[in-house]
Design a protein around this ligand. Structure first.
Ligand code: BT5
Length: 281
């Protein structure tokens, strides 16, 4: 499983892949700068929808807003999918959310752990981040050409691979669940889940995935949060998700909720605490 090149990981994944179009074709590399950067190049060269790029290790793994994604070899999953949905640029951001649902579902099915999604794109287990998602768009004016959907999951990473400043907020499925997970099996399960939710999203829009998203994300509802978004920083109570995936937040003195399509959420008083009132009940 932990072979030096990741070759057995790639073999297991290829033999267990049950998707119709995701991962067909599948490009595997022992090391890349970033799977998103490589997949973006393939997409510009015309690679078809469903093309998947996986690396055993990344030297410049990317987070959002220029941040770094720690990507040690032999232990984790670094994967980018090329998608070409026939939708408008405005409809694309909710792809982030459906990827989180697919990762959460794969964690439940392969690891029997209980994941939570933190809007928009972190998957946590026991309040620690085990997955990050980075969706990058290739578009001209209003025409969407491709979405590069990058997913990083900490699977068998030991504590020593996390820098000291991340150890209280990040973890791996091994560290939490106490057992090694076969990366090929996890990746095959994830791609099956992602394909299912993507097809649903294509046919019916984000609203068809919203209940699944909310099932995993209940920890956020009713909490007081601060959203740092491109349009400014706002503090208020989370009401839920709009039909297009926008986060609805009621500011303290305002009657009309604010909508956010991107941003960073901090729960006032810490994630997993707060007011704990779910407004849907
Ligand atoms: C993300 O950004 O969470 C998106 C990460 C996407 C990574 C995948 S791997 C495959 C594909 N190829 C790429 O080059 N990227 C994608 P953001 O929300 O900005 O979170 C980044 C922050 O998470 C960092 O600033 C750290 O605080 C923390 N972090 C970095 N590496 C981590 C790790 N391995 N596990 C958990 N947290 C990490």
């Amino acid at each position: 499983m932990n072979d030096a090149t990741g070759a057995s990981f790639a073999q297991t994944l290829a033999s267990q892949l049950q998707t119709r179009f995701l991962g067909r074709p599948l490009h595997f590399f022992p090391i890349l700068d970033s799977t998103n950067t490589y997949a973006a190049r393939l997409a510009r060269e015309g690679a078809p929808e469903g093309t998947v790029v996986i690396a055993d290790a990344q030297t410049s793994g990317k987070g959002r807003l220029g941040r770094r994604w720690i990507s040690p070899p032999h232990v984790n999953l670094y994967l980018s999918v090329i998608l070409r949905p026939p939708v408008s640029v405005a409809a694309a951001p909710s792809i982030n959310l459906l990827a989180g649902v697919a990762v959460a579902e794969a964690i439940v099915s392969v690891c029997a752990l209980t994941p939570a999604i933190k809007w928009p794109n972190d998957v946590l287990v026991n309040d620690k981040k085990v997955c990050g998602i980075l969706a990058e768009m290739q578009a001209s004016a209003t025409t969407l050409h491709a979405i590069i959907l990058g997913i990083g999951v900490n699977i068998n990473a030991p504590l020593s691979t996390f820098p000291a400043e991340l150890r209280d907020k990040a973890s791996s499925l091994l560290l939490i669940g106490g057992r090694q997970i076969e990366r090929g099996k996890f990746a095959a399960t994830l791609l099956t889940s992602l394909e299912k939710f993507y097809v649903l999203w294509l046919q019916q829009g984000f609203v068809a995935v919203r209940a699944d998203w909310e099932r995993y994300a209940t920890d956020l509802f009713g909490k007081r949060i601060t959203v740092a978004a491109p349009e400014g920083t706002v503090t208020g109570v989370v009401l839920g998700l709009d039909t297009d995936g926008a986060l609805l937040v009621r500011e303290d003195a305002e009657a009309t909720p604010r909508r956010f399509l991107a941003g960073d959420v901090t729960v006032v008083g810490g994630y997993g605490q707060g007011e704990g009132h779910d407004p849907r009940h």
